[in-house]
Design a protein around this ligand. Sequence first.
Ligand code: S3P
Length: 718
Amino acid sequence: MFNKLCIIGVGLIGGSVAKAARAQGLAKTIVGYGREQDLVNLQTAKRLGVIDEFYIESVEAVKEADCVVIATPVASIEAIFNQLKPFWSKETIYTDVGSTKGSVLAAAERVFGFIPDNLVPAHPIAGAEQSGVEAALVDLFVHKRLIITPASHTNVEAVQKIRTFWQGFGALVSEMDAQHHDSILAATSHLPHILAFALVDMLGHKDEQTEILKYAAGGFRDFTRIASSDPTMWKDICAANKSEILPLIEQLRAELAKIHGLLANDDYQQLFSTFAYAKSARQRFLNQFEVPTMSKSITFHIQNGGKLQGEARVPGDKSMSHRSIMLGSLAEGVTHVKGFLEAEDALATLQAFRDMGVEIEGPVNGELTIHGVGKHGLKAPKNDLYLGNSGTSMRLLSGLLAGQPFNSVLTGDKSLSGRPMKRVTEPLALMGADIKTTEKGTAPLVITGKAGQLNGIDYVMPMASAQVKSCLILAGMYAQGETSVTEPAPTRDHTERMLAGFSYPVKQEGSKVTVTADGKLTAADIDVPSDISSAAFFLVGASIAEGSDLLLKHVGINPTRTGVIDILRLMGANIEVLNEREVGGEPVADLRVRYSPLKGIDIPEDLVPLAIDEFPVLFVAAACAEGQTRLSGAEELRVKESDRIQVMADGLQILGVDVGGGTVTSHGDHRIAMAFSIAGLRASAPITVLDCANVNTSFPEFKDLVKNLGLDLVCEES
Ligand code: S3P
């Protein structure tokens, strides 16, 4: 890529750039430049083969270099520009690696009177506490972010070349303006460094008298690791980015004062909420931004055998939890929710509404208080709405946001970003919505709000999908005239029921549901029953494991969701529906399930949409049943969190259809991971299920609950 690469400042970062460039074959010759006092370091760099040659005269160093990387501390960049100015060449691309970018551009302005168009400022977000070329690493930038901050007139080809250069090292490159970069880094890097230095400064001085640090453990070490960084460098970074950092210190002071107040007043409820929010926010950030090598992988190891016995209440219904947040937010007044599912998918919806200005307290033990803002009270989110793995959040929100007076962007994780969104954007377009997808019809969804401009439609859905139906109902609440949706087969009707519970008019005629924009939602309390989709793992588990007898309490048995009970009963399962009652407009019951030998059946097609999420575990039931089970008309399974037909077929092939044992992967699909775990009850050898982190999207308690009830499951995190 470059004939001659010149690194100014061959320390940890400069040395790592040189090593990576050499390893990737991106430069023929690599030279270093430093001051006289850097001589020993430069000699070491040459001896280690990091650079081919070094100079202490800049004229020689940069001569005929086609790329110059300035890898010296930010405070020295102005001096470096002054040195380079006499031989600044149009043929060369200049770039730097400084942690602040406004200061680099300002230094260039001062030295040159303008920002040269062949200067491409860049910042690799990678580093270590060590310094010097001996600490340089060939893979320092692999999977790390690198931000390029070109000026508006920076040469586009030069930017492209620097982008390719860093991508060649395995870095994840993005572009933004320098000011934006500095404000982000102030919050995510500079402030944390200041905090670490401050804590150690404070405790260190105290320690002179008390030797408290002798007893410091891992938490202290983790938190203060970055206080081992180079103090000169950090003094310089703070100085260079002072205007962004000072207001953040003020905000942190206010946050600490808040926590001080809560503690002083024994307000442990709020203290818990603050910590709980921080914990879930951190998890979301990790899920969203963490690069693949760093993400936590979870493996389930299941000892074969066992039986399920006892009583359990599985967590709250996912579909209803999503809708409770959505409708509670749009309602007038305060909505209390009980039984809310505290799992990643529903929490993604919750966060999206917080991002749109809705005040939501909790969740604490499944309880939430939503301060509704009314149908027209949502505010424009400041950032993209990140919906993790949740198809329900994305599809329902696309309908709701299409008719708002603001624009929004919906993003998701890798699996969600591969799922079809045209099924919602196409009918929404017929209503006058403006939503852009990728060419493949997938997220991100870029929504231009069309408040007052949507028109009702009469739509016949080509597939049985509650998400599409609900999406259009939500859009219809903002459209002129009537919006009707007809479904080819009954699908879950929680949106319709909950809207009625919030006193919003919904007309149901056979398979057609109709709404208009006339009406408002009035806050109502919601009691979310247990999710029958989570209960399904235990219904199957107890059915296939001899000696099992299980009582599942307070399970939602809405008739649009009970296909799993019907199918299992057709196969010979022993499931009793006890204590039927109605809670908040939804039927609920306790389910008693006992072991019973299953037989294969042809699954009636009309039951498929009513058990759509339960097929992974129903496949396990089928594998354990005597005889053949046939499923048809279930193509929707191919576009769930994974291709559930393929992934289950692959896994059952490995285990042997009579369930031996072995290692299978869930392909990051929560329901596949849990289904294969349940297969362990009947397996003849241990089962290992890879890639199980996604169980947290719907059922974080699964591993503990299943263990309590009698399956020997060990969860390994790495
Ligand atoms: C859901 C609808 C179903 C289901 C999903 C939840 C909902 O999806 O699979 O887990 O809450 O509306 P489809 O509408 O794609 O069938």
